[in-house]
Write a protein that binds this ligand. Structure first.
Ligand code: F6P
Length: 373
């Protein structure tokens, strides 16, 4: 019997999304399934805005950046509608039923895992694929998008070297990654940054300045500081951890709202911290300093070969899972192969950089300052 498959992409876009849509779509069609896409993430599911993913739609998209389906950060249970926040989960369930979907495939990061699970709890079959440049989805070796962003950030650090060297400057380069340091650590290590600051290791600006002064004494009159957007100094890290603990312990809605407000407050401080660090380092070292924020350029453009391979591997495996009636799982990358991980094992978890990770050990062994004492 023909199976009916819906696909949506949600959260921040990520190189490799189109390769994954193509992987799911082409493999599913080869197994006689019908495939439709929902536009702009969960919003399109609520509004029943669809596109047929036929041969023509699935051709020529392997190398394209972004997502042909469009995306949004909307959550089924918290949709902004006419100035109000409303729970529209049931309406999304209705759309799935209208299309007689056997399964809804959701391509996304941590937030999308949670949102897909909400639909599953309402009786919809879902399968998720892990995408994000942050590489922070639990229970998968890697997410697609990460390798491309890693290449872009590394190339940026390579290019910053020659200008920092010529002007004898400190360049503080901010890399994305949300609350995890995979991207900054990977790009910093691959690009030979002199200092790498990540959210998992709180930093002390005095320690960073000391490392830069030591380089000056050795005749190295420039430094590259690669800082993750979520990196925090000791004090900010304490405030952040307290707010997170408060949220976990919150019993009432009021307590939860208070903790959320505190988290927003710390995040607002963090948003300014790269520029402040640059100024602090200039004052502490006497070296002229500049900030470069790589921003969304890290998410744009054509996916790397590794991301195309990963997205195609996960997408085609997803179609096989659908054929076998295996639902309620994330298609995870494990070594050379794939694994079906039950959604409850993924939802609400985040893969952070372990303090003893090989990349951290290597960074320290080649003399990179990690900002701690
Ligand atoms: O999750 C991917 C990511 O690019 C993060 O690294 C970053 O913090 C965030 O999205 C930026 O979100 P937006 O594109 O909504 O500004």
């Amino acid at each position: 019997m023909t199976k009916y498959v819906g696909i949506l992409t949600a959260g921040g876009d990520s190189p490799g999304l189109n390769a994954a849509i193509r992987g799911v779509g082409k493999a599913a069609r080869s197994m006689d399934m019908e495939v439709i896409g929902f536009l702009d993430g969960f919003r399109g599911l609520m509004q029943n805005r669809t596109v047929r993913l036929n041969d023509a739609a699935l051709s020529g998209i392997l190398t394209l950046g972004g997502t042909i389906l469009g995306t949004s950060r909307d959550k089924p249970h918290k949709m902004p509608i006419g100035g109000k926040i409303m729970d529209m989960t049931d309406m999304m369930v209705d759309t799935c039923r209208k299309h007689n979907l056997d399964v809804l495939v959701c391509l996304g990061g941590g937030g999308t895992m949670k949102n897909a699970y909400r639909l599953q709890e309402k009786g919809i079959n879902v399968i998720t694929l892990p995408k994000t440049i942050d590489n922070d989805v639990a229970m998968t070796d890697v997410t697609f998008g990460f390798d491309t962003a890693l290449g872009i950030a590394t190339e940026a650090i390579d290019r910053l070297h020659s200008t920092a060297h010529s002007h004898h400057r400190i360049i503080v380069v901010e890399v994305m990654g949300h609350n995890t340091g995979w991207l900054a650590l990977g790009a910093g290590l691959a690009g030979g940054a002199d200092v790498i600051l990540i959210p998992e290791i709180s930093y002390d600006a005095q320690v960073v300045a000391q490392a830069i002064r030591q380089r000056s004494r050795e005749g190295k009159r420039f430094s590259i500081v690669c800082v993750s957007e979520g990196a925090m100094s000791g004090d900010t890290a304490v405030a952040w951890n307290e707010a997170i603990q408060q949220k976990k312990k919150a019993e009432s809605k009021a307590e939860k709202n208070k903790a959320d407000a505190e988290i927003d407050n710390v995040e607002a401080q963090r948003a300014l911290s790269t520029q402040m660090l640059t100024q602090e380092l200039e004052e502490l070292t006497g070296l002229e300093s500049r900030t470069t924020i790589l921003g969304h350029v890290q998410r744009g453009g054509t996916p790397s070969a590794a991301d195309r391979l990963l997205a195609t591997k996960l997408g085609t495996a997803c179609a096989e899972f659908i054929r076998d009636g295996l639902y309620g799982v994330m298609v995870a990358s494990r070594g050379e192969g794939v694994e079906a991980v039950p959604l409850p094992d993924v939802v609400g978890k985040r893969k952070t950089v372990p303090p003893d990770h090989a990349w951290i050990r290597s960074a320290r062994l080649v003399g990179t300052c990690m900002g701690d004492r």
